[in-house]
Ligand binder design. Structure first.
Ligand code: URA
Length: 237
């Protein structure tokens, strides 16, 4: 069972806020009965009528994008910058699963399936998020160990993490480090490096769970296969 306003929003008819407004204004009918209670729950089997339109269930869509730099991970941008949703240009209301910063590249999933998105966003040992960071300076074993054991971000320690020093570039004074995260805190990678005194100058997400960038150049995307979607659903707790 799902709350009516969420169900309407997930169907693609309008946003959740707009759905709440329509319910409160008495524009929504379930099986011919007017509903004005925001707490009403539906199973999906009901006939839902909004402003005289019969609500059709929207087909679910799932995409994997190799996000380029300079694109924003949101539905709209008040500065009119290009968004990841503009790249895919789907007819249905898809949205990104989690966030990558404006200058971060790599694996990003987009969908209109809220349940699928929730499974991926919930910390889960089976859904690893693998990043490669290029940082300014030459990083030492001591700092790598601190990252591995967890550092404080906003007063809370990050989980134990796999961290590997890939390469140092003495000439350009940079280091390349890969990390495997299960959490997804805001700007987590950049803030973890900041906590050990390093600035991230490039960040790429190489993998999320089973999804890699294989076959996708920067800015390219593909639909997920039904099998891939089923694998993610099998991780539901
Ligand atoms: N961590 C960051 O700092 N930025 C991202 O875009 C993703 C993870």
């Amino acid at each position: 069972m799902e709350r009516l306003q969420k169900f309407i929003a997930n169907s693609g008819y309008c946003s959740r806020r707009k759905a709440e407004e329509l319910i409160q204004k008495g524009k929504v009918f379930i099986d011919g009965k007017i509903i004005t209670e925001l707490g009403t729950k539906v199973s999906g089997k009901e006939e839902i009528m909004i402003e005289g339109n019969l609500l059709k269930k929207e087909e679910k869509e799932y995409y994997l994008l190799n996000k380029p730099r300079g694109v924003i991970t949101s539905l709209k941008d008040d500065k009119n910058r290009k968004t990841v949703v503009d790249i895919i240009n789907s007819k249905v209301r898809i949205y990104p699963v989690g966030r990558l910063d404006y200058d971060t590249t790599g694996v990003l999933l987009l969908t209109n399936d809220g349940e699928f998105a929730n499974i991926l966003m919930h910390p889960n040992p089976k859904i690893e998020k693998v990043y490669t960071a290029k940082v300014r300076g030459i990083i030492k074993g001591e700092q790598i160990n601190k990252l591995k054991n967890g550092v404080l971000i906003d007063g809370r320690k990050t989980e134990k993490t796999h961290v590997k020093l890939r390469r140092v570039d003495l000439k350009n004074n940079t280091s390349y480090v890969s990390l495997i995260l299960h959490e997804g805190r805001n700007h987590q990678v950049k803030r973890m490096f900041q906590a050990v005194g390093f600035e991230v100058i490039k960040l790429k997400r190489d993998r999320v769970g089973i999804f890699t960038l294989d076959g996708l150049a920067s800015g390219e995307f593909r639909k997920l296969t039904p099998k891939e979607v089923a694998i993610i659903y099998s991780f539901k707790k």
